[in-house]
Design a protein around this ligand. Structure first.
Ligand code: G4P
Length: 290
């Protein structure tokens, strides 16, 4: 496996989240729409069991819209669960978010029983960006409030609607190998924790199956040139096309890998999603057997 990911403070975050969850009515989990299942935190799912959940597929501007629809339907089929696609371009995200939470907990609300919502997400999923765009109204750094952990934010989005930012860092937990590669491709895993060439090859393997036309368009190939190409051959072709060539004419595969990963992360390769619900089910099954 190309990912050596040992995030710290997992236990501390777990305890802090468990404590906060006690008086929370709705749990929002922010996911990366390009890799919804991989960017989820399985630990959170277990801890928040029984609570209404809002799954936000964030950065939907980078994801394949048809696949985002599949994921939204997949989450909505769960009990007490709503799902929304969002991105930083949305002008008033708070409105949709509040409405969805209210619908999930209709008995809460009013000044007596304000709706308390916890927002969680692994690093890089866009949580700060979303919170900042919603907090023009009133933002409270509640370090000195009883019962609110230091560094935890409570954001009053409406008079009877309190949004709590997760205390601590909620790291991804890699339980499925493909999920690890997808997290790495998305940029959620630190550079030092992965082999970029291997991650880019896994990414290309997936793109050659699902997004061959996008790949060809980005690197100015005829689609036919990619017919039957293996991941490493595609990486070589891209390296050659982009001038990632060492003396003697060998392809600089590390440089080519960086190009492929950067283009994917910036959305230059197109709107791409790295996992579909039915694929994820298969990958999870396999991970449990191994
Ligand atoms: P976090 O708090 O969950 O760790 O994530 P944060 O908001 O810091 O966002 C991580 C990166 O993702 C940032 O880019 C941010 O601009 C980008 N981002 C957030 N939401 C969206 C979205 O809906 N669509 C797209 N395309 N990008 C989004 P960065 O390169 O780390 O920083 P910068 O470009 O903002 O300087």
């Amino acid at each position: 496996m190309a990912i050596q990911w040992f995030p710290g403070h997992m236990n501390k975050a777990r305890k802090d989240v468990a404590e906060r969850l006690k008086d929370i009515d709705v749990v929002i989990e922010l996911l990366d729409a390009r890799l919804p299942a991989s960017s989820a935190n399985p630990m959170l799912a277990r801890m928040a069991k029984g609570k209404p959940r809002l799954m936000i597929l964030n950065k939907q501007d980078l994801a394949d819209p048809a696949v985002t629809e599949q994921w939204l339907a997949w989450y909505r089929a769960r009990k007490q669960t709503e799902a929304l696609g969002m991105d930083a371009g949305e002008r008033a995200p708070a409105q949709r978010l509040i409405a969805a939470c209210r619908a999930l907990a209709p008995t809460r609300g009013g000044l007596e029983k304000p709706l308390r919502v916890l927002i969680c997400g692994i690093p890089n999923v866009g949580k700060s960006t979303l919170i900042n765009s919603m907090s023009s109204r009133k933002i409270a750094k509640t370090g000195n409030m009883p019962g609110v952990t230091k560094n935890e934010q409570r954001i009053i989005l409406a008079d009877d609607f309190e949004l709590y930012d997760t205390p601590g860092m909620l790291w991804p937990k890699i339980e499925v190998e493909e999920g690890g590669y997808n997290l790495a491709a998305s940029g959620a895993v630190g550079r030092n924790a992965m082999d970029e060439e291997e991650v880019s090859l896994e990414l290309l393997k997936y793109l050659l199956v699902h997004y061959r036309a996008e790949l060809a368009a980005r690197y100015k190939f005829d689609v036919e040139e990619l017919d039957g190409a293996q991941d490493w051959q595609a990486l070589e072709l891209i390296g050659k096309r982009r001038g990632a060539v060492l003396s003697g004419g060998r392809i600089n595969m590390q440089k080519a890998a960086e190009i492929v990963l950067t283009d994917f992360r910036d959305g230059q390769t197109g709107r791409i999603t790295l996992e579909r619900p039915e694929e994820w089910v298969e990958w999870e099954k396999r991970a449990k057997i191994l």
